[in-house]
Design a binder for this molecule. Sequence first.
Ligand code: A3P
Length: 290
Amino acid sequence: MDRIKVTEVFEGISMPGKMHTQESLHAATNFQFQDTDVLLVTFPKSGTTWMQQILSLIFNKEDFQKVQGIPTWSRVPWLEHTYLLDCLAQMDASKPRLLTTHFPAKLLIHNLKNSKARVVYMARNPKDVLVSYYHFHKLAKFLPDVGSFEDFFDQFLEGKVNFGSWFNHIKDWLGVQQELNFFLITYEDLSQDPRQAIQNLSNFLGQPLEPKELENILHYCSFSFMSKNDQLNYSLTSPEVFDHSIGKFMRKGVTGNWKEYFSPEQNAKFNNVYQAEMGDLTIKLPWSLD
Ligand code: A3P
C-alpha cells in the first residue's frame, strides 16, 4: 500500500500531512489554554500513548471502565491535529481538558505562560526514541520511507526527521520550565518505579490517589494490559494509516533496546553529539548512555 506522501512544514518543522494542515497548525499556536488544562508534551516515540493513558486514568479514577472504550488519541487529543475540535466537543465539561502536543516550546509558550495550565513533559532516552521512531516509520504510512537504519540514524542526529531535533525539543522546553506550571517525567522513571513516578505525577496534578486507585492505574497502564487492548494499541487504525503486517505500535516497551541496534561507531558518534548538545544541561536525566 502506498505511503501518504504529504508533509506539512510549519515554522521550519516538518510534520505528517492530512492529520496536520496549515489551518490546524495555526489554530494550535493560537489555542487559548484554561487554568485547569493539562498539556502533555512529548517528542514522538517518548511514551506519549502510555502517558495519555495514565493521565486519563488519574482524572477518571472513580470509573476506569468509562474511559476504556475511548481511544487514547481521542481522550487526550493532540492540539495540532485536525480533529481537535471534534474531540474537545465530546469531552466531559466538568473535568480538566487533557491535551497532547509534539510542538516545540517556541510555538506554544506565548499562550501557555498566560495560563496556569499544567504542563507534563515526558522524555525518554533519545537512543531508544531513535530505535522506536525507526520502527514506527516502517509501520506508519504517513511518515516518509525510512530507508536503512544507518540513514535514519544520521537523519535523527541531524534533526531532519518529523518534528525536528530531539535535542532542541527537550532543551527548549526545559529552558522555559520556570515560566510554566511544569513537571518533568521520564519513560525511565516510569519503567523503573512506576508506583513512585505516578504518585509524584498525581501530586503535581492535585489528584492524590488512594492505594487501591494507584493499584488499578498500575494495572491499566502496564505494557501487558495496554498492548492487548484495541483502544490503546492502535490495532483498529486503518491499514492505510498503519501497515499492521509490518509490526505493532506497542513494539517492545522496554528501556535500553538501542543496544541491539547501535554499532560501536554509531554509539560513539551519538555520545559525541549528545555531549555537545546536552553537556551544559544542569538537570540530571535518568537514562544511561552506556
Ligand atoms: P517501543 O517502540 O520502544 O516499544 P509514543 O506513544 O510516543 O509513540 O511511544 C511509543 C513507545 O512507547 C513504543 O516504544 C511503545 O511500545 C511504548 N509504550 C507504549 N505503552 C507503553 C507501556 N504501557 N509501557 C511501556 N512502554 C510503552
